[in-house]
Each structure stands twice: as structure tokens, then as C-alpha cells.
Design a protein around this ligand. Structure first.
Ligand SMILES: Nc1ncnc2c1ncn2[C@@H]1O[C@H](COP(=O)(O)OP(=O)(O)OP(=O)(O)O)[C@@H](O)[C@H]1O
Ligand SMILES: [Mg+2]
Length: 512
């Protein structure tokens, strides 16, 4: 038997003449879990798309040995047949199909008469849900009835159903709650115990540390190191990723906090489908000039719904007042919000943040085109200068500004969305999970930017599920749980435990 289950040697892949990956090696032993780490745009997803034949042979160079023999896969179907199953960074579900239909997509069981055997399919899907510790999922419902986190776990069921020998997980936990992440990691460990190998890609390095036997680090499309996890810690991984030591992950800077400029009063938001259900329940808070206000809470606490309401894009029933400088303002649509000086970086980048096929540059400038318009015509040079300035400022990695934004790596798309939302020079900036899928170096850049904005007097409301981040940069922290405000703490001597206790409603400590 071959030593390696998988041996990728000298893999090179170009896009439009630019090398995205350049001579990378990656090996996986049977039953081994390899953590694949690298900054945004390093080439992790590209390497995995080469392996799974999303990019077919001929479109890249190098060799792939699978169980000791050259892998001749023309498409994903072939690689799945061989036992290589990939769960992509961006979810690939068909929203209107049922959970079971999604799991069996392309391999539906049929009755003797040749029709889809729904009974068999649903029974098998329910069985899988039980294995995944999600017995409550109704496999006959459309998959869109479930949260992003649940959908991610359903993707895993899909992989389970295909008897994977090698499971590739590309940023699997970015939309998962802490509990769901725990479930996922436990599952991967169980699969491993049964002999399955995996490649685990994540910017959450503590997950990598928890699950990987070996870590491979790539930087700018080239191989940096492959080492046993037992010899490493997360700081060393960071150093290898960015090529220098990063001592301080949160570049705190002193900034002055001024008068109250923004306030939400008694905001209540109802579910769009179950119209009796309150997702946000009577929430009020104030936000000061130059203040960074973190909003912590478990996923499902109502934070995104609150933000949507404040930005005028909640589709369901809602009530409550929004005040700017003490005066009530009407915000019926994002357009109104932007006009009043309120901007938002949404949580769901793919759905609300970008126009995927439009260029990176035009995505950035689209909300402020008027600024570049002279007598009804857009001054393209002016616009390009602004675009290039933003690309430099945010260090967005793109071969050129006119490429469709969808061709950027996940983290770089996120940076472009932040740049877009800063273009209108907001006074109040709402950030909903701004560093999701963003590497450590780029996180640092985003934090620096947040402090810079605060120094200029922008009031920042930052929703984040990463408690170290909330504690690392906020001046004050709101905690939400089940739609209600459960805590409002100054960030001095505040701990993760205290925030979690408040989120779970274990203490009622709304400070004056
Ligand atoms: N379809 C494409 N067309 C052009 N360039 C692309 C395409 N796909 C990827 N690239 C480029 O290849 C490089 C590697 O991207 P890749 O998505 O593999 O990065 P990544 O390591 O997965 O990053 P992230 O952590 O942000 O997901 C990036 O510079 C990206 O812009
Ligand atoms: Mg990626």
C-alpha cells in the first residue's frame, strides 16, 4: 500500500496569466487530518479546486497521485467516485429543494419504475441527520428553512452519504454557532477514527490546532512549511502565514468618545414567516461619537435583525425609533440610511454585499457614483483613482481592479465590501461580523481601520460572534440573547465568561 493517500506535487495554476498557486506540494496519509493554512488569497481554495477537478486537468500543471496511482479525474463526479469529497467555502445548496433532495442531488434513489424513491430518500436522509446529532431537522422541508450553520452541517451529511475517503472542508465553521462548531469537530474526529482523512481549511486557528495532525502553510501561492501540529502552536502558525511575528492582534488606539449621536429606541422586529414571533424585543441603546460599541450574543440572538432594521432593510414587521443627534429620522431603505450618514457592512456578503459579476472596483464605487459625475458623465479616471486608493488602503489582493469581485478570495471580497461601505463617509458605521473569513493579517488591518474611524469621530456598532475580537476592540459591549438586550457593559475588566453568562440570561446586569 502507498504511504500516502494523496500526493500533490508541484501544482501550478494560473488565472489570466497570473499564477495563483506556484509549485505547491501537499500530501495526506490515510486517516490523517491536514490543516491547510494561509492568508486570504494564498491559494488554499484554488489548490482544493484543482484536487477536486473543479478545475479540470489541462487547466493546471503538476501531478496528483491518489492511493499511489495518478488521478485521472475529468470532473467532480470522477473525484467523488474516487472518494474525494469537497465542501466548498461558499455553500452550494439549492435553496428551494428539500434537505433530502439536496443531500441526494445527482444520485437520487429510484423505484423500479424509474421514479425518484422519496420514501427511501427521506428515510436515509433522516438517518443521516440522526448521525449528525440533528434529529429535529425535517428532511422534507426546503433547505432554505434552516440557518446557514444547519445548512453547513447538511453539506456534511451529503459528504457522509458519499462515503468519502478524503473530506475537504474549506472554512466550514464561518457560519456556525459555537455549539454547531463543536458538533462538526466531534464528527470529523469520529470520521477520522473510522479511517477517513481530511483537509481542514480555517482562519480559526484554534480549530486547526484541535483537529489537525499536520499543518501545511502556504503563502502567496507557494509552499512554506509542513509540520506536525504537536510541534506547533497557533502563534507559530500565524508567524509562518504572515512571514513575521505578530505580537499584538488588536492594535488598540486611544480615541475620544463624544456626545450621543445615534440612538435606537424600543426596537422590535418580527419574523417574516412566523409573524407573531419577535426576533428583536424592545431593544434600546445609545451610541456616541467616536465610540466602538461591540454587540455580542449567540447566533440567533437577533443581532443581525436589529442591524437590518437600523439600516432600513428589514423586510418584515418592525417598530421603534432611530434617532440621529436627538432627532428621529426615517429609514425605510438602505438609501435613506446612507443619505443620513449610516452605513452597514452586512453579514451575508454574497447576498447583500456585492454584485458578483461586476468588477471589484465598480463594486466599491457603486454607491457614490455621483461623486465622479461631471455634467451627467462619469469621469472614469477620477473613479479609477479612487478605486486604486481603496485597493491600496485595504490591501485588497486582486490582479487588477476590473476583475469580477467573485474571482477574489473570500477574505479579499470582504475587504472590498468594507471599502464600499466606507465610500459614503458615514457618521455611523454598522459592521455585522466584519472579519468573517478574514485572515489574521487582514483582521489586523480592519481593526486598525476601525480605530482610525473612531478617532475621526465615526460611531461604530460592531456585531461579532468572536468574543476575543469583541473584547479586543470595543469600548463598550452590548449583549443580546433571544432578541432582548441582556447586558450593557463598559469594556473594563470584562471577560468572555461574563458576556456568555449574560447572553444565556444567567444574570441580569444592565448597567446604568
Ligand atoms: N476564478 C478566478 N479568476 C481569477 N483569479 C482567481 C480566481 N480564483 C482565484 N483567483 C485568485 O487566486 C488567488 C488565490 O485565491 P484562493 O481563493 O485560492 O485563496 P484562499 O487561500 O482560499 O483565500 P481565502 O482565505 O480568502 O479564502 C487569489 O489571488 C485570487 O484572486
Ligand atoms: Mg478560500
Amino acid at each position: 500500500m502507498a504511504d500516502y493517500l494523496l500526493e500533490m506535487r508541484g501544482i501550478t495554476k494560473e488565472f489570466n496569466g497570473v499564477k495563483a498557486i506556484d509549485g505547491i506540494d501537499l500530501v495526506v496519509r490515510p486517516g490523517e487530518c491536514v490543516g491547510l493554512c494561509g492568508e486570504n488569497g494564498a491559494g488554499k481554495s484554488t489548490l482544493m479546486k484543482v484536487l477536486s477537478a473543479v478545475y479540470p486537468p489541462g487547466s493546471w500543471s503538476g501531478t496528483i497521485l491518489w492511493e499511489g496511482k495518478e488521478l485521472h479525474a475529468r470532473n467532480i463526479r470522477d473525484t467523488e467516485e474516487a472518494g474525494i469529497v469537497i465542501i466548498h467555502q461558499e455553500l452550494m445548496m439549492v435553496p428551494h429543494l428539500s434537505v433530502a433532495e439536496n443531500i441526494f442531488l445527482g444520485s437520487e434513489p429510484t423505484t423500479r419504475a424509474g421514479f425518484v424513491d422519496y420514501d427511501a430518500m427521506n428515510a436515509r436522509a433522516s438517518e443521516l441527520m440522526k448521525q449528525l446529532k440533528m434529529p429535529d431537522i425535517n428532511v422534507a422541508l426546503p433547505v432554505m428553512a434552516y440557518s446557514g450553520g444547519k445548512q453547513q452541517l447538511i453539506e456534511i451529511a451529503k459528504a457522509l452519504n458519499k462515503n468519502a475517503k478524503l473530506l475537504i472542508l474549506d472554512e466550514p465553521t464561518s457560519a456556525l454557532t459555537a455549539a454547531e462548531t463543536e458538533t462538526l469537530l466531534t464528527l470529523v474526529k469520529e470520521f477520522k477514527a473510522r479511517g477517513m482523512a481530511c483537509v481542514y481549511i480555517s482562519h480559526k486557528l484554534d480549530e486547526v490546532a484541535a483537529i489537525a495532525d499536520t499543518v501545511t502553510v502556504i503563502r502567496d501561492g507557494t509552499h512554506v512549511a509542513t509540520r506536525p501540529m504537536a510541534e506547533l502552536d497557533t502563534n507559530e502558525i500565524i508567524t509562518m502565514m504572515v512571514g513575521r511575528e505578530m505580537k499584538n492582534l488588536f492594535p488598540r488606539e486611544a480615541h475620544e468618545i463624544g456626545e450621543v449621536i445615534f440612538a435606537a429606541k424600543n426596537v422590535t422586529v418580527w419574523d417574516t414567516t412566523n409573524t407573531e414571533r419577535k426576533l428583536v424585543d424592545d431593544v434600546s441603546f445609545e451610541l456616541r461619537r467616536g465610540e466602538i460599541l461591540g454587540v455580542a450574543g449567540l447566533v440567533g440572538a437577533g443581532r443581525t435583525e436589529l442591524a437590518s432594521h437600523l439600516f432600513g432593510c428589514w423586510k418584515g414587521r418592525h417598530q421603534g425609533a432611530i434617532l440621529l443627534d436627538g432627532e428621529e429620522v426615517r429609514v425605510h431603505a438602505p438609501r435613506d440610511a446612507v443619505r443620513q450618514g449610516i452605513s452597514m457592512v452586512p453579514e451575508d456578503r454574497k447576498r447583500h454585499g456585492i454584485v458578483p459579476l461586476m468588477g471589484v472596483g465598480h463594486n466599491i464605487t457603486m454607491s457614490v457614483l455621483k461623486r465622479f459625475t461631471r455634467r451627467g458623465l462619469i469621469d472614469a479616471e477620477d473613479e479609477m483613482a479612487a478605486i486604486q486608493g481603496e485597493i491600496r488602503r485595504m490591501r485588497i489582493k486582486t490582479a487588477q481592479p476590473l476583475l469580477p469581485i467573485a474571482s477574489l478570495s473570500g477574505g479579499n471580497q470582504q475587504k472590498a465590501v468594507v471599502a464600499k461601505m466606507l465610500m459614503p463617509n458615514p457618521r455611523v458605521l454598522i459592521l455585522d461580523e466584519p472579519t468573517r473569513g478574514v485572515d489574521v493579517g487582514a483582521k489586523y488591518e480592519i481593526y486598525k481601520l476601525i480605530f482610525e474611524l473612531a478617532k475621526q469621530g465615526v460611531a461604530v456598532l460592531m456585531i461579532s460572534s468572536e468574543l476575543p475580537e469583541v473584547l479586543g476592540i470595543s469600548d463598550r459591549v452590548l449583549v443580546m440573547g433571544e432578541g432582548r438586550l441582556r447586558g450593557d457593559f463598559p469594556n473594563t475588566g470584562l471577560s468572555q465568561e461574563k458576556i456568555l453568562a449574560a447572553a444565556l440570561g444567567k444574570q441580569d446586569q444592565v448597567a446604568a
